[in-house]
Every structure is written in C-alpha cells, then in structure tokens.
Ligand binder design. Sequence first.
Ligand SMILES: [Zn+2]
Length: 303
Amino acid sequence: MTESRSVPGPAADADVPAFWRALGLPGLIDVHVHFMPPRLMEAVWEYFAEPGPLIGHEWPVRYREPEEARIARLRDMGVRAFSSLAYPHRPGMAESLNGWLGGFAERVPETLRTATFFAEPGADGYVRRALDEGARVFKAHLQVGGFDPRVPELDGVWGALADAGTPVIVHAGSGPVANGFTGPGPFGEVLARHPRLTAIIAHLGAPEFDGFFALADRYERVRLDTTMSFTDFSGHSLGGFPESLLPRLRELGLDGRVLLGTDFPNIPYPYAHQLEALAALGFGDAWLRAVCWEGAAKLFDLQ
Ligand SMILES: [Zn+2]
C-alpha cells in the first residue's frame, strides 16, 4: 500500500459534497443512474415493490419521487455528470426509449446522453442513428432483456460501438437472479469478436466477479462499475465479493477502470451509503478520486 489515508465516507446525503471536496474533486461522476419515461419508471417501481421473479426479495426503492426532485437531489449532492439508463424488456421499444432519452439529455445538461437496444432486426440502424445524434453511453440489460448478446442481429451493434469507442454499460452478471444469457461466458464471446469494445460491466460483474475480472484482464478497454457493491444490501442480493480479487480491484481502480455507479434512484438505502461502502475498503484517497471522478472524466472527456 502506498497510501493509507482515506477520507471517511459520507454518513448522509447532505454530507456528500464534503466528501468529494475533502478528496479535492470538483464533484462526482455517476455512470449508473436511471431515468426513464415516467410510466416506465412507475412500472419498474411497482415491480420492485412486489418483487417478481427477477428480483427475488424485498427491495424498497428509497427515491420513489418525481423526476424533478431526483434531478435536484443529484445536483445538491454535486453529481456533475450522470447517465440516464433505460432499457427495453421486449422487442420494439428501444427506439422510442432512445427518443425520450435524447429529449431528457437536452433538458438536463448534466446527462451523459444515453441510448439502448434490444436483440432485434434493425437494431444496428437505430444504434447508428443514436450515435449520430450524440449518444455517449449505451445500456444493454441482458438480465432483464433476457436476450443472447451473441445473436447476429447484434453483431453490427457491437461493431459500431467498438468503432465509435462509445462505452456500453452491460448488465451481464447473473444478479440478482440468473436469467437468459447472463454470466461471463456469452458476453466473453462478444468481446472475443469485438476486443476493442469499451464495455462497462455493471455491478463489478456480480455475482460472477472472477469471470468478469478475467475479461477485464484480457481486454484493456473493459471497465467495471461499482453499482451496489459492498453495500449492506448487496450481501443479500448480489453475493459476496471474493477477497482474493481485492488487490486487482485496487489496481484497476487506480488505472481508471473502476467507475462509480449507484443505481440511483432504485436503491433501498441512501445514496451516501454507496460512497461510504467504497471509502470503507480503505484503498486510499487516490483510489477514491480515480473511481469517483478521474476514470469517468477521462473516458467521457469531462473537465
Ligand atoms: Zn441499474
């Protein structure tokens, strides 16, 4: 360990600005935030309220409030840039979601303009269009979508994203419940075909941490996001992170390849708890700076 000092994590959301200021940062960048059309958001919250087969346990969403209130919270905490992840659970809805997400990015300047896709004919056409319109990050949800990332309809999508160097946040881990084509195997085959793809593996790949960290070792553009990791809640929903990977987590973080993600607003604990959980790892201030700001600032070219 070259640095043992760690700024303490914030105890409450109101303490979040003091946390990033103590680190000497201009704020936070959160790559894993959800904003979606209000009716879809309500449907997601209903699903969390009465856990269905893809969740498996109680999940009381803490920030179930109007969009304006959620945007204001992020601003108050000093989250200077955030994604607006939305994802289709069936064919035929990605394109209209992308239209809504484009409008959201125009209304909310902190947004990293986000787009999504489903495994369906025509996906590469609307993905290219989203890229032309300025999408800066994509979301692929293999767990909810239940589709195979290796299908021919998506080959052009992965290729276009790799060529553009535009990151795609992939929920490919089998948490909270295995479904469809999750796990490092299927997505590993996508990376083998498209080794230059800038994939951000959500939730550090939980619960298949070893397999996804092996992909990060093999493909230098692969990143991991911290979403829900090390929180009190993740012990129940996402499985335990293996101690043997902690040194690698530290190295990848210092390298700018571990990015702050939170799943706001769909979390059952205060936003601050994610930061507290990361600070509690004791990896030091340089690691926290890299994870909470520098890695994403470099990836998205933010000042
Ligand atoms: Zn999420």
